[in-house]
Design a protein around this ligand. Structure first.
Ligand SMILES: Nc1ncnc2c1ncn2[C@@H]1O[C@H](COP(=O)(O)OP(=O)(O)OP(=O)(O)O)[C@@H](O)[C@H]1O
Ligand SMILES: [Mg+2]
Length: 474
């Protein structure tokens, strides 16, 4: 039953758990995708800007070189031949002048007739063949184009890994110019402009890393909070299920007792009247026997005594079955206790039971039904005496509990109660005594419950038993 109840209640929270796990996964994946999209977009923008920059630079270079180098050289020497150091140095000075202060790594100029580098700011590249690929050929067709050579990933952020490298190489046709600086369709070569974008790319990859780390941290904390809430909710639901189970059990018990009570009331009622008649008849018989058959009157006495005992049992049955409505007055616990102990004094003496009292004199009065609570004390005291057939010690103690509740404790050093028996002693009719009804503790429990109190038992077989009553204050 409990399992069923808690399973039904826990289901929505399992869903919440499932939801928290899946949302974590979804958000992590979308974070990765988002960071990838953002960094790709930024990379594209960087590329476009750098490409445009390189083209503007190349066009400027085209113009300056044509005006300051090509024209004067052709006029002076008749043709351009860079193998002559004078021409080469002149071109180099012009190119370096233009490149100075610009964000350009190197500049090379390819020949238009064959794929060979005629000039480069990097001297080792001069004379190199087939260095320009498709991009060179496309530039020869008059088309500006670029290629990016990069080797970078998020792993480059890890300490000890290779530094990021990224180069953008742009190819622009080197055009002949007319007067007034107008460029023509005659392509004299290809200008190659190399830019190093490693620092920019590093910034982009760092951004990507920051997005991922921040999202993971935020999601992680959200997830922990969610887990905390789910765990708490789980505990509350479990506690509620347990409480419900306890109440259901109590209800079943109450229902069982109610039907049992009905049965007992009707049976006891039917027995009570004939029993009364038997008793009064035996009393008449006793008187007659004294006269008619003296010496036999003890037979009638036995009938009278036994019917008296039966009458007590029936009354106990009726008491147990009747719904309890305590009439509470503010009473001092100690007073009722002393009264009950005095009443039991002959029994204690008979069974050699020594009674010690440890009563707190400063206790406040608590709301109690005088008659009912008196029966509680008597029942527990009688049980105590019965548990010590060869005598013993009974300690009765009272004390304050919390603000204004009162504890009443009865400890005997009698036979004790086994673990197994302890579960049953409050069940009506449970007894291990030949002359007991097994209703004593059931009635006691009913009375304490009707006072809103609590009952506890501690016992060790062969060592003794303690019954503890906790009676709420006013
Ligand atoms: N102080 C005690 N020491 C040992 N066993 C006890 C003690 N009090 C109760 N018990 C056990 O609990 C059982 C139930 O007690 P309860 O008072 O309900 O019924 P009973 O004493 O057997 O009969 P009665 O109806 O006459 O009181 C007893 O039969 C006994 O086994
Ligand atoms: Mg008893």
């Amino acid at each position: 039953m409990v399992a069923e109840v808690s399973e039904v209640n826990l289901k929505p929270f399992r869903l919440v758990k499932f939801f928290s796990f899946t949302s974590l996964a979804v958000i992590l994946i979308s974070t990765l995708v988002l960071s990838w999209v953002i960094s790709n977009y930024t990379k594209d923008v960087l590329l476009e800007r750098s490409e445009a920059y390189a083209q503007v630079f190349a066009e400027n270079l085209n113009h300056q070189v044509f005006q300051q180098f090509v024209l004067p050289t052709v006029l002076r020497y008749g043709a351009i031949a860079l193998r002559y150091p004078r021409q080469f140095e002149r071109l180099d000075a012009i190119v370096r002048n233009i490149t100075h202060g610009m964000n350009i790594e190197s500049v090379s100029i390819y020949d238009s007739k064959e794929n060979v580098i005629s000039y480069s700011t990097v001297s080792q590249r001069v004379g190199k063949r087939d260095a320009g690929g498709d991009e060179y050929r496309r530039a020869l067709q008059g088309e500006n184009n670029s290629v990016m050579i990069s080797d970078s990933s998020l792993l480059n952020l890890l300490p000890g890994s290779e530094p990021i490298s990224c180069k953008l190489i742009t190819y622009v046709p080197f055009r002949q110019e007319r007067a007034l600086s107008q460029s023509t369709d005659v392509i004299m070569g290809v200008i190659e402009v190399e830019q190093v974008l490693s620092a920019d790319l590093l910034a982009i990859i760092r951004l990507q890393g920051i997005i991922i780390v921040t999202s993971v941290l935020i999601m992680g904390s959200l997830f922990i909070v969610l887990q905390f809430i789910v765990a708490r909710a789980d505990r509350i639901i479990e506690a509620r299920a347990a409480e419900r189970h306890r109440l259901e059990k109590k209800l079943h018990h109450a229902e069982r007792l109610a039907s049992l009570g009905k049965m007992i009331t009707s049976v006891s009622h039917e027995i009570k009247n004939p029993l009364g008649i038997v008793k009064s008849t035996a009393e008449i018989l006793e008187k007659r026997l004294i006269r008619v058959a003296p010496g036999n009157e003890h037979l009638a006495t036995i009938v009278i005594e036994e019917t008296g005992r039966l009458d007590n049992i029936v009354r106990e049955f009726l008491d147990f079955a009747r719904p309890l409505e305590p009439k509470k007055d503010l009473l001092l616990v100690n007073k009722g206790l002393i009264k009950a102990i005095r009443f039991m004094a002959p029994e204690f003496e008979k069974y050699k039971v020594r009674v010690d009292m440890d009563l707190d004199e400063a206790l406040d009065p608590v709301p109690l039904d005088e008659n009912l609570i008196y029966r509680v004390y008597l029942n527990i005291l009688v049980n105590g005496v019965q548990a010590m057939p060869d005598g013993g010690r009974l300690l009765v103690r009272t004390a304050r509990d919390g603000d204004n509740a009162v504890i009443v404790e009865f400890s005997d050093d009698g036979i004790g109660i086994s673990e197994e028996k302890l579960q049953q002693i409050f069940i009506p009719f449970y007894t291990d005594k030949s002359r007991g009804t097994g209703l004593g503790l059931a009635i006691v429990k009913n009375i304490i419950d009707s006072h809103g109190g609590e009952m506890q038992v501690e016992s060790r077989e062969g060592a003794g038993t303690t019954f503890r009553l906790i009676l709420p204050g006013a």
